[in-house]
Design a protein around this ligand. Structure first.
Ligand SMILES: NC(=O)c1ccc[n+]([C@@H]2O[C@H](COP(=O)([O-])OP(=O)(O)OC[C@H]3O[C@@H](n4cnc5c(N)ncnc54)[C@H](O)[C@@H]3O)[C@@H](O)[C@H]2O)c1
Ligand SMILES: O=P(O)(O)OC[C@@H](O)[C@@H](O)[C@H](O)[C@H](O)CO
Length: 387
């Protein structure tokens, strides 16, 4: 548990400092006012987001109860699904960090409050948001206190399993894996715009292979959104949008925390299906190798770059720090601890026959300047299917 959370649990509902304790404290006020019903709807971008929110709120409340700071009835209230619900949701709208370009345009048009504030935690905050036209919000219809007519505003209200399928479709197959492929490749190949990156035929082909060829055949159709049409719209309209100021560097943040979700679930489907084998995959292992290459923080031209924030950088970067482009290297010795880490990939990649494949791509990518691009071209010409 983070020390900040331990402090919040020790200090009780009167003096919360962090988000989860603040939310739990507000719920305590609602409990004291009359045990009124409430839905706490998470719109975080990860699977089973409602469950994670519920666990977080309960961890704080149970900690307070243990310390004698709230009555046990408060914990009962939070666990009574007729009173308090934590619906699941799938949320989709590419929303880059507030961009200087947009800020400048707003200023030129005479808007006030066009400024962007940069926090010490490297978050950019502004009074405006730059986002895209397309958006999906799929929400579990479980609101103990009723709800506004969200469906009239385009929200898809449905049952828990359907939200889960829609979420898996988007986060583990049809959008976020393509995003991460663009993030690590783009950072190495010198792109700072997603729209420009997908105008590169190799990059576009790579994400199409991951989406249509490797992911789509194993996705569960949530029915409320058609997965193939969803990818069509993403690759033909959303990613190439020249007005979206999205950057590979934004998406590359916390990649170590995302790989097991964005690729591990698809890999698991290849393990579970007797007609498939993880070794049928070529482009997902290539992206995993590219991420290892990214950890070196040397771009494909041999120049250093600053990787995006990631809680595992300080642990992982030393493992590849002494590799020099073009020099003979024992790749297995460098990568074995990373590729066998189930927390990162959801699997020990050696156990499922992908460790050697990733090592092979990585060896090719460190063979010299320009080798990331060359490995991508070679892999596409060897394995890419016509789409
Ligand atoms: N940006 C998008 O395109 C997009 C789309 C759909 C969903 N989402 C989801 O929306 C949420 C916010 O995304 P964003 O793009 O605004 O990210 P961001 O990085 O701009 O903001 C994240 C915020 O969370 C705070 N934070 C991080 N760790 C925290 C912790 N342990 N406790 C409290 N606060 C913490 C950070 O300080 C920051 O203010 C995420 O869950 C993301 O997955 C984003
Ligand atoms: O928000 P993250 O950091 O989990 O992931 C970065 C992007 O892939 C993500 O924000 C997408 O833009 C979003 O999932 C689109 O709906």
């Amino acid at each position: 548990m983070l020390p900040a959370i331990e402090d919040d649990i020790k200090n009780g509902p009167e003096a919360p400092k962090n988000n989860m304790a603040s939310l739990t404290s507000l719920m305590f006020a609602r409990f004291k006012a009359g045990k009124y019903p409430m839905a706490l709807l998470s719109t975080d971008n990860f699977s089973q987001n409602g469950e994670k929110l519920e666990k977080s709120v309960l961890t704080i409340a149970q900690g307070w109860e243990k310390n004698g700071l709230v009555p046990s009835e408060f914990v009962d209230y939070l666990q009574d699904d007729k009173k308090v619900s934590f619906p699941l949701s799938m949320i989709d709208r590419i929303t880059p960090n507030p961009s200087e370009t947009v800020s400048d345009k707003l200023k030129a048009d005479g808007f006030e409050n066009y400024q962007i504030f940069h926090t010490p935690g490297h978050t950019n905050i502004a009074a405006f948001t730059n986002t895209e036209e397309v958006h999906y919000l799929v929400v579990e219809d479980d609101f103990p206190n009723g709800r506004p007519a969200l469906d009239k505003a385009g929200v898809i209200l449905t049952n828990r399993d359907t939200v889960n399928d829609a979420d898996e479709m988007k986060v583990t197959t049809c959008l976020n894996p393509l995003h991460t492929a663009l993030a690590v490749n783009g950072s190495l190949l010198g792109f700072n715009s997603i729209a420009k990156e997908v105008s590169d035929p190799d990059m576009l082909n790579l994400i199409k292979q991951i989406g249509y060829v490797e992911g789509l055949p194993v996705v569960t159709d949530p029915k409320v959104i058609n997965p193939k049409k969803f990818i069509d719209q993403l690759v033909n309209k959303r990613l190439p949008n020249p007005y979206s100021p999205d950057m590979p560097q934004r998406i590359a943040a916390d990649t170590s925390q995302k790989l097991s979700v964005r690729y591990g679930v698809t890999i698991q489907h290849y393990i579970d299906d007797p007609k498939r084998d993880p070794k049928d995959l070529h482009f997902i292992p290539l992206v995993l190798a590219t991420w290892c290459r990214y950890l070196m923080a040397i771009d494909d031209q041999g120049k250093p770059f600053e990787p995006s924030r990631d809680p595992m950088l300080s642990e992982l970067q030393p493992k590849v720090a002494d590799i020099k482009l073009g020099e003979k290297t024992d790749v297995h010795a460098h990568l074995k601890d990373i590729l066998s880490n189930k927390k990162i990939f959801g699997h020990d990649l050696y156990e499922i026959g992908l460790g050697d494949v990733v090592e092979g791509y990585f060896a090719s990518q460190i063979s010299g300047v320009g080798a990331v691009r060359k490995t991508l071209e070679d892999t596409l010409s060897k394995y890419a299917k016509q789409i």
